[in-house]
Design a protein around this ligand. Structure first.
Ligand code: 5GP
Length: 136
């Protein structure tokens, strides 16, 4: 059966397609945050950034840049956000690796941001060391 996005790849479900190559596909989000909100996926199904092979991360990133340039040229937004959700707690709904390109216009307020927190300088290094110990 596969994910909703795998069904779009296979042509079993419709989508407003923008670009595709051997490894990636870009199409419009069905519930756009703004005009031109696009999803870039790898055609092969992997649930998230942790599981997708690095060569496909590169392929998706290339397509993201290519399509972001096209959106910028088409609609002249004031900017755009690249959003990539991993895990339900982070807002991921479709468990098929994908990147959002969300065009932005001054004052549009279509995205909520994180609240900046406070941390002791010494704790920052401790946290960095904890992560560093797991780099492979
Ligand atoms: P996530 O929260 O998983 O990062 O984002 C999934 C996105 O997929 C959502 O923004 C949602 O609107 C979009 N989406 C879900 N189902 C479909 C669909 O069938 N077609 C398209 N084009 N977008 C979809």
């Amino acid at each position: 059966m596969g994910s909703i996005f795998s069904r779009i790849v296979k042509g079993e479900l419709p989508a407003a397609r923008i670009y595709e190559d051997d490894d990636t596909l870009a199409f419009l989000d069905i519930n756009p945050a703004s005009r031109g909100h696009t999803l870039v996926i790898c055609k092969e199904e992997y649930p998230d950034l942790l599981s997708v092979p690095p060569n496909l991360v590169v392929a998706v990133t290339r397509t993201t840049q290519r399509v972001a340039r096209a959106i910028t040229s088409a609609f002249q937004p004031d900017g755009f956000n690249i959003v990539q959700n991993n895990g339900a707690a982070a807002g991921q709904v479709v468990f098929h690796f994908h990147v959002h390109i969300i065009p932005r216009w001054e004052g549009d307020r279509v995205l909520a941001y994180w609240r900046p927190g406070k941390v002791e300088k010494s704790e920052l290094q401790e946290i960095a060391d904890q992560i560093k110990a797991h780099i492979d």
